[in-house]
Design a protein around this ligand. Structure first.
Ligand code: ISL
Length: 538
């Protein structure tokens, strides 16, 4: 298998508006990221993924761009951004930017022109029709918005304020490629490609059999031609990393995006877990891992993540964020950093930050949640019941400010935070984690260091020995004569795991564990609640 830096990397995701506020306006900013780069470097990560900071009316937290060539004022200036890139590189790390090209903001000059008249030269830069079909969007009951001025509907896969670009139009594609070269020529190290599976739209926009099953928004014919053209005209000229956000794909479909011989993208995020598995389902998770490994291994590259700025913090959603928060956070980290693919750390995950339950809908900011709340209220549902149904998976669970210390607002800002701080910041914060050798932080540091020193963690083949085990997850990674065994007890109770004969035959050496000692009797491993162990088999 070809070895490359982005396969060996650990990526740290920075949601800058919630990371660190350097000027007291209550919103994190790029200067704040610069001031915390030593903290990120100290963790040992190799790449920073920066969420969108382009000029934007900020309806969807930057995913509605009105000028691709400028930095959002509340984030900073182009000068600040250039300093950030420079400081990242000085610390021997890399920076990938979020590329949002399925849609723009409705305030982008392109769309303002396009909606101005039916014969405007940019009319066909977006998607206009006389009649909508029955599709809904990710964030609204209909994917079509009527525009009085020209008496037609425009298409939007997300919010009304995010009209989709018409990728069929070669002028649009060339303009986007020019913009991508602008940032690549500035020296960035790659792109996270937002909603990239949505670029192509089906001929004639036929009605959907089930409008509520929105997978019709994705993976339509023509998409891969766009991605191949993107590679041909832009990516191949740079030593960069491209990872696509690819919803609703099977491993076979996913391979089409990342197969090295197809020259499209380097890696993908699939959402069989984060979008489609609301809570921890061990057998389902294991099955997903095996299927993607079997189809991609040796051909294309996967990503390992359980949370990001769209998905609830993993220790709350897929672990135990109460009596076993530290052990559970370490177990999930062990799993993500030892399964095949590039591991992603979402800011705050490395100190075991949790999700949140704000008491009022007014405490929430996310357009997706607000829209859904209004939609359900309009159906006559009880407001409190709707709020409680939306809280667990609200995207704001992972968007509360980074918890730096136990001072007011968790040391995030000297102003009023744009979104409330999680009330548990006095217990869970970076200052506390750095003072505690047993903290999640130092465990993540060890995991990341292990990846740098042990290619088996990156290029080792994968084999799951516990397909039908509800609590124990035991799998090996093997490379040449190096063989690692990872054993996880994803459960609030202790469980014994009897090693299969094939594994019991080896002498075992502990590489890392999240409990201070190891309890085993011969080939029976006594695993305590949320215990994780990495063994070298000799
Ligand atoms: O948010 C989701 C589930 O709660 C995801 O399904 C998400 O909408 C989808 O993965 C696309 O997300 C990306 O594009 C959106 C933006 O709101 C998200 O933040 C971004 O990650 C539109 O640009």
């Amino acid at each position: 298998m070809k070895r490359t830096w982005w396969k060996e990397a650990v990526v740290y995701q920075v949601y800058w508006r919630s990371f660190y506020d350097s000027n007291g306006d209550g919103v994190g900013d790029l200067q704040g990221v610069i001031e915390k780069l030593d903290y990120i470097q100290h963790l040992g990560v190799d790449v920073i993924w920066l969420n969108p900071c382009y000029e934007s009316p900020d309806k969807d937290n930057g995913y509605d761009i009105s000028n691709y060539y400028a930095i959002m004022e509340k984030a900073g200036t182009m000068k600040t951004w250039e300093t950030l890139l420079d400081e990242v590189h000085k610390r021997d790390m890399k920076l990938i930017m979020d590329l949002v090209v399925n849609h723009t903001s409705d305030q982008h000059p392109w769309f303002i022109e396009s909606r101005s008249s039916r014969d405007n030269p940019k009319r066909d830069w977006y998607i206009w029709r006389d009649k909508p079909n029955n599709w809904r969007s990710y964030f609204t009951p209909s994917a079509w918005e009527y525009d009085e001025l020209t008496g037609q509907y425009y298409f939007h896969s997300f919010a009304v304020e995010q009209p989709d670009l018409n990728w069929k139009n070669p002028e649009v594609r060339q303009e986007i490629y020019k913009m991508m070269r602008f940032w690549l020529d500035k020296g960035i190290d790659g792109f996270r490609l937002d909603a990239i599976a949505l670029l192509a739209k089906p001929e004639g926009f036929p009605d959907a059999a089930d409008p509520n099953d929105i997978r019709y928004l994705t993976n339509n014919p023509g998409l891969h031609e766009y991605l191949r053209e993107m590679h041909e005209q832009v990516f191949q000229y740079y030593d960069i990393f491209t990872v696509g956000e690819v919803a609703f794909v099977s491993p076979e479909e996913g391979l089409k995006y990342v197969a090295e011989d197809r020259r499209e993208l380097n890696a993908l995020f699939h959402f069989e877990v984060c979008d489609e598995m609301p809570n921890w389902e061990p057998l389902r998770f294991k099955n997903i891992q095996r299927r993607w490994y079997d189809v991609l291994w040796g051909k294309g590259w996967n990503s390992q993540f359980l949370n990001n700025h769209d998905h609830t913090r993993q220790v709350t959603r897929y672990g135990n964020d109460k009596e076993y928060r530290v052990e559970s956070a370490k177990l999930l980290g062990t799993m993500l950093h030892t399964l095949p693919g590039t591991p992603y750390i979402y800011q705050g995950e490395e100190i075991g930050m949790t999700g949140v339950r704000f008491p009022s809908i007014d405490d929430y900011n996310d357009i997706a949640m607000k829209n859904k709340y209004e939609e359900e209220i309009a159906k006559g549902r009880d407001p409190q019941e709707v709020l409680e149904s939306l809280q667990p998976l609200s995207r704001d669970n992972s968007r509360t400010p980074m918890q730096w210390d136990d001072s007011p607002n968790a040391g995030f800002t000297t102003g009023t935070p744009w979104i409330k701080v999680n009330p548990n910041y006095k217990e869970i914060n970076v200052k506390q984690a750095l003072q505690d050798q047993n903290s999640v932080y130092y465990y993540y540091q060890k995991l990341i260091q292990l990846r740098k020193e042990n290619p088996v963690m990156v290029y080792g083949t994968f084999h799951d020995y516990t397909e039908n085990e509800p609590y124990i997850y035991a799998y090996t990674r093997e490379l040449d004569d190096v063989r690692w065994l990872i054993v996880l007890n994803h459960c609030d109770h202790a469980n014994d795991y009897e090693l299969p004969v094939s594994l019991a035959a080896y002498k075992r050496e502990v590489v890392l564990g999240n409990y201070p000692d190891i309890q085993e009797n011969g080939s029976v491993l006594h695993m305590r609640p949320h215990e994780a162990r990495i063994y070298r088999l000799i």
